[in-house]
Design a protein around this ligand. Sequence first.
Ligand code: NAP
Length: 374
Amino acid sequence: MGETVDGHGSAQAASPAGVFAPTAAGVPDRMRAWTTRGDGIDRLTSASVPIPVPGPTEVLVKISAVSLNYRDLLVVGGVDHWSPTEPVVPVSDGVGTVVTVGAGVTRWRPGDRVSAGFLPRWRSGPLTRETYVSPVGGPVNRGMLAEYVLIEEDEAVCSSHSLDEVHAATLPIAGVTAWHAVGHRSRVRPGETVLVHGTGGVSLFAAQLTLALGATPIVTSSSDEKIGKLHALGIAETINYRRTPDIAAEVLRKTAVEGVDHVIETVGGDNLNRSLEAVKVGGSISFIGLIAGRAANINVYQFVTKNVTVHGIESGSLEMLGELAAFVDDHGVTPVIDSVYPVEQIQDALRHLELGKHFGKIVITMPGAAETSL
Ligand SMILES: NC(=O)c1ccc[n+]([C@@H]2O[C@H](COP(=O)([O-])OP(=O)(O)OC[C@H]3O[C@@H](n4cnc5c(N)ncnc54)[C@H](OP(=O)(O)O)[C@@H]3O)[C@@H](O)[C@H]2O)c1
């Protein structure tokens, strides 16, 4: 992060003179785009701006749906380094259909359904300093909250074939982060046990992917109502962490004192101590979230005596996003949707996310999106 916006990634609402040329047949010449200065949900504004024309290696994508992540609140709220230094189109997750392509584009044609990778330059392999740049959705690179978005042809990924637009919009951050943890770093195997903290977007994906891989998720939640919804998803092992604060003791009881093979740590802070107590000797912790804070007082002795492997998880590569789309298609995984808002109600949707009462993803549909059934 910290890089200036590159040409194609610039905030499209702030169009310099001369960038825009006449659009292709069937594509209007203006669109609505939403921008934030990091000064709060109420000040997120939309404007009518020209629709950009793809450069030689770009595609113009008509966005059909976007989904919200905790990160979007940090960008819109201007928290720490997530605060944009100039107006930027927020929101990282989204899906749309290619409508026009640049003269040199070979990978895509109009009608293809694509998403943008969250870290556009992280194509495959391990994350590096060079590829950890320009995250989609601010603070420096534009996001998906616009009717049309330009994407470099090799920064777009083929979306799921089985999911509709609302469900497909949830894959690029929450989905791929869970896939990176469960499928790549923790390498969950059939028959293993996986502790998943909470029922946020990443956690629900992690639990569903674990189940689809033939392993057993043990999912915690503060709410009996949400636990009922977990059971309806086929997730039988649950713990209400409000009523049973000693999660580790309960996990040891459920696993015949062994502990779980893996933990998906989406809470962070001192919660890592619970994860360390709950994981088995030789197990792994995929460290994803910072809900409970970026620093913690950790029982480091447990790392050593339990021979624990801790994986730091940063979203996922474009290749992982493609794998996830294929996995979801092959295994019939349907992302959990909490609610769907039309884009005109984006502020209500962000406040809903802020409340933290959601179960599954909050999705925003753009004008012209197909009806979906949840
Ligand atoms: N590293 C990455 O690439 C990456 C990518 C995406 C997200 N993240 C991070 O991962 C975290 C989760 O993101 P998200 O989008 O999934 O969030 P989210 O949808 O807002 O989920 C928040 C959920 O966390 C649970 N929770 C809160 N405090 C908890 C606690 N003390 N113990 C157990 N669960 C607790 C709650 O579940 P219940 O209501 O069921 O209690 C809550 O609904 C955030 O810190 C986010 O920044 C990181």
